[in-house]
Design a protein around this ligand. Structure first.
Ligand code: BGC
Length: 415
């Protein structure tokens, strides 16, 4: 008869086993603001809980442009991290370079095909194999408002762009800065995107800014979108240029500004500052966009690794990312909603619940829109060129809408 191992010996063997397989996972991300850092901590903790170590590769800069530049140079020099925050069509570009690893075994074992909306699953795959793990669904077309400030000015938050300008005038008269804006090109583009959706509607947005149809990029509707976008500028402050998005959120938190238009990572900042939705801050669809949902899905692409223990740890990270526990903890801090279907939302606030309902309704109604400003809609070269045109237009006193449209048409051809 086999005698059971003494308990202490069994425990030591288990420990030796886990040490032998313990790996290190270097993770590139740009989650450095208060709310983002809390969310990144959840990712780190879920990896560490499996006995692996986390090597932080954080590159500050909202929207991730700096992170992508650093990533390129690391990969070119043959020193890729294990996992990197890469999204949308860029996943395909990286996969084509042959540097990403298949995590199909994890995805199959964990039934990802059944747990992810089809369009999301397709984005995570290259030639039928999963090469990335998705963490969340962020909504871009949000208006964040300070209710106290609106009360002071005796007006309601706007639901259309016409109402926006009426409200902005009233706020200005009451001595309140209407819109907190961070003048960095990706934030300029985020604001532009919401005007395009709210004024032009989902079909216009899709034709112009997803399909990059030249006639729509230079249409009367685009002219209206551009001129309305430019009309917003006088309602932002002179210190906006260069301001980080989270500092703009802080202005709304402190009541120094009435509103911000930003994706729901902004909610992570309100929450990290101890603010309550519905009471201390409001989340409303950006003007005119109630029926649309412009989405931004964060995901981690997995790079090919030589070290076996690290590759194992990388796969465990991928599995952890899609686990219900991680999807809940992470998204509660991040301001987004889980990407894994069938999750209970009891612990989530009304903003997240509204986001989930609107996501489902938009998916049904064909108004689920990939965010241009956040790498979801077009290849990164075209996105970068369009971002430059829009930001130059926002900042220039000389460029008119006709010039901007001409430039948009040629920027859209960038490959
Ligand atoms: C990312 C978010 C991030 C935001 C600001 C977006 O592109 O998807 O996860 O919080 O940029 O940094």
């Amino acid at each position: 008869m086999k005698r059971p191992l003494p308990r202490i010996l069994a425990a030591s063997l288990a420990l030796i086993g886990s040490i032998a397989f313990a790996g290190e996972v270097e993770v590139l991300h740009w989650w450095t603001s208060g709310g983002e850092a809390k969310a990144a901590q959840a990712l780190k903790a879920s990896l560490q809980a499996k006995g692996h170590s986390w090597k932080d590769f954080a590159v500050a800069g909202g929207g991730g442009d700096s992170a992508m530049t650093v990533l390129k140079s690391r990969v070119v020099s043959g020193n890729a991290p294990a996992a990197a925050q890469i999204k949308g069509p860029s996943l395909q570009d990286w996969a084509k370079e042959g540097v990403l690893a298949s995590i199909d075994d994890v995805a199959k074992a964990e039934r990802w095909d059944e747990l992810l909306p089809k369009t999301v699953a397709e984005q995570m795959k290259y030639r039928g194999s999963y090469i990335a793990a998705p963490v969340n669904v962020h909504r871009i077309n949000w208006l964040w408002a300070n209710p106290e400030v609106f009360k002071r000015a005796k007006i309601q938050p706007p639901t259309s762009w016409d109402e926006f300008f009426v409200a902005a005038e009233a706020l200005k008269k009451a001595g309140i800065l209407p819109l907190a804006h961070g003048g960095q090109n990706w934030q300029d583009l985020t604001l532009f995107e919401t005007v395009a959706i709210g004024l032009g509607g989902p079909e216009f947005y899709t034709k112009a800014l997803v399909q990059l149809d030249p006639a729509t990029l230079a249409s009367p509707t685009m002219e209206k979108v551009l001129s309305t976008y430019k009309r917003i500028k006088p309602y932002t402050d002179k210190n906006a240029p260069g301001r980080d998005w989270n500092l703009a959120t802080a202005m709304v938190i402190k009541g120094e500004a009435a509103m911000q238009i930003m994706g729901d990572w902004a909610k992570g900042e309100f929450l990290a500052a101890g603010k309550q939705p519905g009471k201390d801050f409001l989340c409303l669809p950006s003007p005119g966009s109630a029926k649309s949902f412009s989405y931004n899905i964060d995901s981690f692409a997995m790079f090919k690794l030589k070290n076996e223990a690290n590759a194992r740890a990388q796969k465990e990270l991928a599995a952890a990312i899609m686990s219900p526990a991680f999807q809940e903890t992470f998204n509660l801090a991040k301001g987004s909603i889980p990407v894994r279907s069938g999750m209970k939302l009891d612990k989530f606030d009304d903003c997240a619940k509204a986001s989930a309902t609107d996501f489902a309704a938009a998916a049904k109604g064909g108004t689920l829109l990939p965010s241009l400003a956040h790498g979801m809609a077009v290849p990164s070269a075209a996105e970068g060129a369009i971002k430059d045109v829009i930001s130059n237009f926002w900042n220039s006193d000389k460029m008119n809408s006709a010039d901007a449209m001409k430039r948009l048409v040629s920027a859209a051809k960038t490959r």
